[in-house]
Design a protein around this ligand. Structure first.
Ligand code: UD1
Ligand code: UDP
Length: 352
């Protein structure tokens, strides 16, 4: 089987690598990086950390409006799909790179497979929600990470395309957890020898709304323990625009975004994580690090139902309360599979 994989944003490098490893022995893979993320710390560092082959193509699209970014990926990807003539076009998650790949594949003679299918947050104002819905309805093969995602697709009339493979992020995390503990020097490098909170923020709903961003910053800067804050470039720009950058820099332990192994080490060692990331909510759950989510809803309801994740939105008091409240959770369950999702994805797509 010849597979053409499209990735472009940070979480997609993490999601694709277990599948690339599972494909390697028996199948051919052409890797296309759209260039949606291009800074070293959002892109190259993952290829080093995960020992990934360099992409066969980099479309170099860079940052634009959603429409322009999606359109440019489509325009540059289409001739590559035509030339490479893959059997399967493999897509991950819900970014503009994902939906652009789905729309290109829909009009070419190729099986489109979507990994992490069936997730919904119910918020159509998020571009990711539109990307997920369009991609799921266009794709031929839908690999879901959990039961709820399968049921969602069944309700949408797509049940005959669904395969519940489990979550490839769990495979990635299981691989990274031990290596990160053995090899990452991030705790020493940052001088972290006491308990700390890890924070990540990058959703436009939080960064681009001055009230929400100010409320989040207020909760973090007044937290009594150190807060380690790897700052996404979108967030750095918003903090500067809103005059909050200096406060955040002086009160928090701000760092550039870190590679996957360092991030997993930080998340494992942290007392809590405060985040609006989708992937980080789940990784926190896998590592049993209590999570405080800066959103009103989540695609990952299981993490909330099992008591490891609290949705607090962007209200200062709610964030503070959640950080101060002990977690009422015991050993977590396995709603996202057993860590063999990548092999199952490969079996499913190889079966056609
Ligand atoms: C994108 C995805 C989001 C995902 C996130 C992962 C969409 C609609 N959004 O959001 O689902 O959670 O990636 O991190 O696809 N920038 C840089 N350097 C880079 C990349 C971006 O400075 O390498 C800055 C640019 O100013 C850019 C902004 O960050 O405008 C946002 O980048 P973009 O890729 O558009 O969206 P993300 O917020 O990263
Ligand atoms: N991550 C990382 N370094 C960081 C922040 C996040 O390696 O400084 C990883 C994290 O472990 C997870 C992924 O990036 O695998 C999540 O990406 P992000 O939060 O940007 O996107 P989302 O999951 O919300 O789409």
């Amino acid at each position: 089987m010849r597979v053409l994989t499209v990735v472009g944003a940070r979480p997609q490098f993490v999601k694709s690598f277990p599948v690339s490893r599972a494909l390697a022995p028996d199948h051919e893979e052409v890797l296309v990086h759209t260039g949606q993320h291009y800074d070293e710390e959002l892109s190259a560092v993952f290829f080093d950390d995960l020992d990934l082959d360099q992409p066969d193509y980099n479309l170099g699209v860079g940052s634009h409006t959603h429409a322009v970014q999606t359109a440019q990926i489509m325009e540059r990807l289409d001739p590559i799909v035509a030339r490479e003539a893959p059997d399967v076009l493999l897509l991950y998650g819900d970014t503009n790179s994902t939906v652009a790949g789905a729309l290109v594949g829909a009009n070419r003679d190729v099986t489109v497979a979507h990994v992490e299918a069936g997730l919904r947050s119910g918020t159509r104002s998020m571009p990711e929600e539109t990307n997920r819905i369009v991609t799921d309805h266009v794709a031929d093969v839908l690999c879901t990470p959990c039961r709820a995602a399968t049921e969602t697709l069944e309700r949408e009339g797509l049940g005959d395309r669904v395969h519940e493979t489990g979550d490839v992020m769990y495979d990635a995390l299981r691989w990274a957890e031990r290596i990160a503990r053995d090899e990452s020097a991030v705790l020493d490098r940052l001088g972290l020898d006491e308990s700390f909170v890890l924070a990540t923020v990058h959703r436009p709903r939080n960064t681009d709304d001055p009230d929400r961003l100010a409320a989040i910053v207020e909760a973090l800067v007044t937290h009594p323990a150190p807060v380690v804050f790897p700052v996404h470039p979108r967030t750095a720009a918003a903090l500067r625009d809103q005059g909050l950058f200096e406060t955040v820099q002086s009160e928090l332990h701000c760092i550039d975004p870190v590679g996957y192994l360092d991030f997993v080490r930080l998340l494992d060692a942290a007392d809590r994580v405060v985040t609006d990331s989708g992937g980080v909510q789940k990784e926190a759950f896998f590592l049993e690090t209590p999570c405080v989510t800066l959103r009103e809803e989540t695609e990952w309801d299981e993490t909330v139902a099992e008591g490891w994740n609290r949705l607090v939105g962007a209200r200062t008091t709610a964030i503070r309360d959640a950080l101060a409240t002990p977690v009422d959770a015991t050993d977590r369950g396995h709603p996202y599979g057993d860590g063999d999702a990548a092999e199952r994805v490969v079996e499913v797509i190889a079966d056609g």
